[in-house]
Ligand binder design. Structure first.
Ligand SMILES: [Zn+2]
Length: 335
């Protein structure tokens, strides 16, 4: 399984202090929850968050993650920390740093530099990340597109998740290898190129609406947007969301979206998962909850057999809990 859009930094968010008031819409969810969390991250919390997220992915048979990261107070080196954490657990990862002008020109420059440094070392897979057009200047968007071209990769960007995104400014830059994440509020004739990554659970959770991904004329893959990496669960939810919109949809549609993850991270085709299920038919799986892996192999090596084989899962959970306590204490101090 491939998770085509994740935020591993959100693994320690569970249990965080409640926001000062209940967010009233998508922009307030960013302001009061996620932009406080990313502000509080340091390299240590990023490391344990990524290890926990990778472990939880492996437990659900997901061996490849396309991650989108932001940590404005710990930018330099953050992508290597995430890549190393995933490698230790045995999960493949494609990293990107979400460049943004939210923290001024220095923050944008540091984000650009981190993508450049990471992609330039020749050892890692990734995209150039952009947070979203509505938090970026025209110059920043152009610089990200240029950097992606330099490294021969696409740009991984949130697009039209809420109603007030200025996604039109991406149209002249976008290429086939871009990841267009969400697209909920794109018109049918948007003019963007790339693969649309649909995140049904996250879209429901943020009450942003249903993307109706088929209408957008792009290849569609599935992501979780940071809510774990259980891709069979996301497939079932994608099916239910599509059926809520159109009762004629059959499970082959979200199954194709799930399989599209392999086009984005073909190395995952070398991995094998043995599932505790009687059938791999999409109709069967769409109506069978809780299907779990029995064994996970990466390149022929067993990396999970009920327990992770490369790392101590209990130790990761314990250390991640310690890191979460520190992170939550820091969050409680942010106004
Ligand atoms: Zn996202």
């Amino acid at each position: 399984m491939v998770c085509a859009h994740h935020h591993l930094y959100s693994a320690l968010a569970r249990g965080m202090p409640a926001p000062p008031r209940t967010p009233n819409g998508f922009r307030e969810i960013l302001d009061l929850v996620w932009w406080r969390l990313d502000w509080a991250l340091d390299l240590e919390t990023i490391e344990w968050s990524a290890k926990l997220g990778a472990l939880e992915a492996l437990e659900r048979g997901t061996t490849a993650i396309i991650d989108h990261h932001e940590s404005p107070n710990a930018i330099e080196g953050s992508l290597t920390v995430i890549a190393d954490a995933c490698e230790e657990v045995g999960v493949r990862v494609s990293c990107s740093y979400g460049i943004t002008d939210r923290h001024g020109p220095d923050g944008a420059a540091a984000g650009l530099a981190e993508n450049d440094r990471f992609l330039g070392d020749g050892e890692h897979e990734g995209y150039v990340g952009l947070h979203a057009a509505f938090t970026c200047s025209d110059d920043t968007i152009a610089a990200a597109a240029e950097l992606a071209e330099k490294h021969g990769v696409g740009v991984h960007v949130h697009v039209a998740e809420g109603t007030d995104d200025t996604w039109e400014r991406l149209v002249d830059h976008s290429e086939d290898d871009w990841l267009i994440v969400h697209g909920v509020h794109l018109p049918d004739d948007h003019g963007l190129q790339g693969t649309l990554v649909h995140n049904p659970r996250s879209n429901m959770n943020n009450s942003v609406g249903y993307a109706r991904p088929r209408r957008l004329g792009l290849e569609v893959a599935l992501g979780t947007d940071g809510i774990g990496a259980d891709m069979l669960e996301e497939f079932r939810l994608a099916y239910a969301a599509a059926r809520a919109d159109d009762v004629t949809v059959d499970p082959e549609l979200p199954w194709r979206w799930l399989r599209a993850g392999w086009d984005l991270m073909p190395a995952a085709l070398d991995d094998e998962v043995c599932w505790a299920a009687e059938s791999d038919d999409p109709w069967y799986l769409a109506f069978t909850t809780g299907v779990s892996p029995l064994e996970v192999l990466r390149d022929g090596e067993v990396i999970w057999d009920g327990e992770p084989t490369l790392v101590d899962g209990d130790e990761i959970r314990a250390k991640a809990a310690e890191a979460a306590s520190k992170l939550h204490a820091r969050l409680a101090d942010i106004e």
